[in-house]
Design a protein around this ligand. Structure first.
Ligand code: NDP
Ligand code: 2IT
Length: 444
């Protein structure tokens, strides 16, 4: 049995009931086969892949909090510190009822390679809780965030582990968590990113994941003789990533005709009204039915369906495994020529393979959505030097980072004879730097 197959088998046997983690490991290791085979003896002797797929450490803790009626609830909190070869652990905190250890491990594992691709000194980590922020009052959100941070604060720090936002964690939650960290630890430091501008946040961090997705997509299209100008774009999600992906796609001359949330989706033939979407989702925290009610050109449908709308470019920006083989077939049949992942692992492996076989340009999330964490690292730099850069400065650096990431993927794929396979390119380019740093630091 090959070394790669052996490690995949061990991951499945040692971590049962963690299907998303298995999927993420399989996706990465499958495309590293060529690199591993070229170094098989040494990697095996050093147990390099075993060290890569086992987190350095993981925390699981109780999060008790009191609701507005005096009822106590108990959620589970997680932080997985996956790999610190190239820098302090860095990665978001997901608050969603579906969160479990396997989900956090898949996200933490992806984060190692993503953070490496940014070219910045950040290791991989992820955390979160099965807490559901939906329908909670501000006071309940604060109670949860304070309890969560009361435990988490023991394991993190500006030079140790720097969490940030993800699904369900935005500026409000980061603010409450920052306040509690400062209160308990007595340290005013850049321990979290995605902070508000009045207390150490970076301009352009809110926009960064969505904007970065479009900077990379734009470069990928240009290098393949295509353009966003005049393109019809389907976006899924209606959160932080989806909103700013839509905004930048429109600035680059595309027409975005869809968005979705966990209960339904919108088809807006005139193009999504971003100001209205922000009002509904960021200010009112309401359902997309409110968007449809305020916009005569929009249709609202229950359930799932954005990939049924004909588009040139598809940008999945909601959650994992939201674009399956059937969706991929529909996209290809409708003439879609590019898919770029704003979310983490939104496309199933079968769907990714089908898209690639049908010559659809495919940018994997660990490259395409790296603009968020890259700008988080820029926020860390600003906190360290106690300065704030202008929007233009941060946005300019973000754009350069995304263009460089694309060329790194492209070059890595070409070096291994897989031109145009950006999935392999991302995994190889991300892996090479981590391996170099791990080898230099000995068996740790
Ligand atoms: P938000 O919480 O802001 O938005 C998530 C959106 O996706 C919401 O519209 C939500 O619907 C929808 N959604 C979430 N879970 C599901 C589900 N199980 N089924 C259907 N729809 C769902 O999160 P973000 O925009 O920050 O994150 C979106 C994706 O991007 C995630 O995969 C995240 O890991 C990834 N990402 C985020 C980064 C960031 O900087 N924020 C950086 C890189 C990647 P509803 O409104 O109903 O909750
Ligand atoms: O998935 C991700 O890269 C994020 N949620 C952002 C992490 C960060 O530290 O900014």
């Amino acid at each position: 049995m090959s070394y790669v197959d052996q490690v995949i088998e061990e991951v499945i046997a040692k971590n049962p009931a963690e299907p998303e983690f298995h999927q993420a490991v399989r996706e990465v290791l499958e495309s590293l086969r060529v690199v591993v085979e070229a170094n098989e003896e040494q990697f095996k002797k050093d147990a390099l892949l075993e060290r890569l797929v086992n987190p350095e450490r993981q925390f699981k803790f109780r999060v008790p909090w009191v609701d507005d009626n005096g009822q106590v609830h108990v959620n589970t909190g997680y932080r997985v510190q996956f790999n610190s070869a190239i820098g302090p652990y860095k990665g978001g905190l997901r608050l969603h009822p579906s969160v479990n250890l396997g989900i956090i491990k898949f996200l933490g594992f992806e984060q190692i390679f993503k953070n490496s691709l940014t070219g910045l000194p950040i290791g991989g980590g992820k955390g979160g809780s099965d807490f559901d922020p939906k329908g909670k009052s501000d006071r309940e959100i604060m109670a949860f965030c304070q309890s969560f941070m009361t435990e988490l604060c023991k394991y993190i720090g500006a030079d140790t582990d720097v969490p940030a936002g993800d699904i369900g964690t935005g500026a409000r939650e980061i603010g409450y968590m920052f306040g509690q960290y400062k209160r308990i630890r007595g340290l005013y430091e850049g321990v979290l990113t995605g902070k508000g501008l009045s207390y150490g946040g970076s301009l352009a961090r809110t926009e960064a994941t969505g904007y970065g997705l479009l900077y990379l997509t734009d470069e990928m299209l240009k290098c393949n003789g295509k353009s966003l100008e005049g393109a019809t774009v389907a976006v899924s999600g209606a959160g932080n990533v989806a909103i700013y992906a839509t905004e930048k796609a429109q600035q680059l001359g595309a027409k975005v005709v869809t968005c979705s949330d966990s209960t339904g989706w919108i088809y807006d033939k005139d193009g999504i009204d971003v100001a209205l979407l922000k009002e509904v989702k960021e200010v009112k925290r309401a359902r997309l039915t409110e968007y449809a009610a305020a916009r005569p050109s929009a249709e609202y449908h229950e359930g799932k369906g954005v990939w049924s709308i004909p588009c040139d470019v598809a940008l999945p920006c909601a959650t994992q495994n939201e674009l399956d083989l059937e969706d991929a077939k529909t996209l290809v049949a409708n003439g879609c020529f590019a898919v770029a992942e704003g979310a983490n692992m939104p496309t199933t492996m079968e769907a990714t393979e089908y898209l690639q076989e049908n010559n659809v340009l495919f940018a994997p999330g660990k490259a395409a959505n790296a603009g968020g964490v890259a700008t988080s690292a820029l926020e860390m730099s600003q906190n360290s030097e106690r300065l704030s850069w202008t929007f233009e400065e941060v946005d300019g650096k973000l754009k350069n980072i995304m263009v460089n990431i694309f060329h790194n993927l492209d070059d890595a794929a070409k070096r291994y004879g897989m031109e145009g396979n950006y999935v392999a390119g991302a995994n190889i380019a991300g892996f090479e730097k981590v391996v170099d740093a791990m080898n230099a630091q000995g068996i740790v």
